[in-house]
Design a protein. Sequence first.
Length: 374
Amino acid sequence: MKRMTSLSQLHDRAMDHAAKGDLARMMGNNEEAQVHIREALRLERLAAEMVRNRVDLEPSRSILFRSAASLALENGDLREAERLAAMGLYGNPPDEIADELRDVLERANFHRHLNLQGYVLLEDEFQISLAGDNVADGIAEIEEVVPRAESTVRLLYRTAQRKSGKTFSDKFPKALRQRFQAYMAVPRAASFAITIRFAENTDQECMPGFSLCCEVVDELLTCTEMLAANQIRALKERILETAYFLNFLRLAEKIAPDGRKIRTVGFTATRSGTERRVNLQIPRAEVDRLAHQEASPDRQEESVEVEGTLLLANSLSRQDQISIRDAKDEVHKVIVPEGLMDDIVRPHWNRRVRVKGIRRGKEISLSSIEQQEE
């Protein structure tokens, strides 16, 4: 009886330190949080080791090893997390606990893979949430989710390119892409929300306390706030290079709500337990209008629309060009402004599209492109 009381006391003290660690992290005290997590791991590991050979004490035995393994993973001790999870599986755990122990092993392997490439997964999160008629609690139409997630990640990378002082180039700089990588975490049930976490290259030298990922997320949120508030002049003054500005508007158009299926797209950044939220409710059609106005400020020019199949994209000439074959088998040559080819046009190759633009002689200068149902 005394042995079991000691076991219970160790577990209770471990959970108390784990809770204090979570609270410290929420308050932004990461060093204090790590002290508590390390102590929680030490105590929970002692408790688990006390019943290491007591396979008759399931599920208590495997629960203790699962808890200790999770704390080791949180502490960054991958080898210890693997050992403790394996010890938990060695017994006779219930199926649900066994699956959770295997999950610890998989996550430890994932972190080890990142470490071998020189990356560390950051704790800060960036969340995208959707609300509208095509969204329920924890479920959403996949065509409403995936394109917005992809466009958001593209916009984050373009923001990183701009904040690094690079002139716009359709080909994203390899060195900058190697600086950090984006990963999607498990979708969350909150209307519908997905979480993006970043892995930053530990080999890159930077100022103490500086994180490119954090700066990029802050910049994206600031620009999105300006767009949501229709502060277009201020946004243009912030994004001075025209290619970056057009690229931002067109990617934002892909992310923006249509007003019915999706009424709100929310961004939430979590840093040291503090949240910053931005809700984008400006309709997609309005963002399209703003981008079209930016691409063709001269109201005297002729606006045209062409529907057809995107056959060719050529980035080798002086100007980026695409060719559209319409239903009458006529081919239309379209000039693509800088900033739109790779992120906006290229995903539509060999698809049926509608192109809006300005007629200039025999050519059309692209304002927007959207995919049509086949």
